[in-house]
Design a binder for this molecule. Structure first.
Ligand code: HEM
Length: 163
């Protein structure tokens, strides 16, 4: 790739894929391989992360919204809550298989966690009074080792009076 074009590329995953070179200076990936990697990331990282966010919101708003209120006051709790939702069944929630293991591990797990943390922070900032609407209990459509798809999530919140 010409140097003047390379300078226009922003830092990030896509740029790393496009500009990666092997020892002989040749591009590591062909255009088709870059396309396949981007497509795989979009497919692998879309619904999986949306489901994780929805599950965490459900867990935090459940009951008397204790976790929601705690996280609103202390955002550092969010990483631990994400681990718990990723695998609530293990005594040590950080030792889970949801993102795979070894050669079969997820290359996007850090991104999925970061996206989830940012999404919840945005909700805590923008909709601090969010609550689950009674009578619209969340049902799980299906659940696998890596995904747990919710049927729906009905949430209400207070709109502040205009000042
Ligand atoms: C909560 C969200 C996610 C879950 C639960 C998840 C889960 C997994 C699992 C279990 C694997 C291993 C599959 C196997 O080889 O048997 C995997 C692979 C992969 N994931 Fe994720 N993933 C998530 C989010 C993402 C995101 C956000 C991205 C990227 C944008 C991503 C990209 C990939 C890719 C590219 C692979 C294939 C890695 C390889 O074979 O080298 N994933 N994911």
């Amino acid at each position: 790739m010409p140097e003047e074009l390379r300078e226009l590329l922003p830092d990030g995953f896509l740029t790393d894929l496009i500009t990666a070179t092997s020892d002989d200076g040749e591009p590591s990936l062909s255009d088709d391989e870059v396309f396949a990697a981007v497509l795989l990331s979009i497919l692998a990282g879309g619904d999986t992360t949306v489901d994780l966010i929805a599950q965490l919101v459900t867990r935090m708003l459940d009951g008397d919204r204790e976790l929601w209120r705690q996280a609103e006051a202390d955002r550092s709790l969010l990483d631990g809550l994400i681990d718990e939702v990723v695998d609530p069944r293990r005594p040590d929630a950080t030792r889970h298989l949801r993102f795979g293991r070894g050669a079969c591990s997820c290359t996007g797990s850090a991104l999925a966690r970061a996206e989830t943390r940012h999404a919840i922070e945005a909700l805590l900032d923008g909709l601090p009074t969010a609550r689950l609407v009674p009578g619209h209990e969340v049902r799980r459509m299906f659940s696998t080792a890596i995904q747990s798809v919710l049927d729906g999530l009905v949430v209400a919140w207070d709109v502040p009076e205009p000042t």
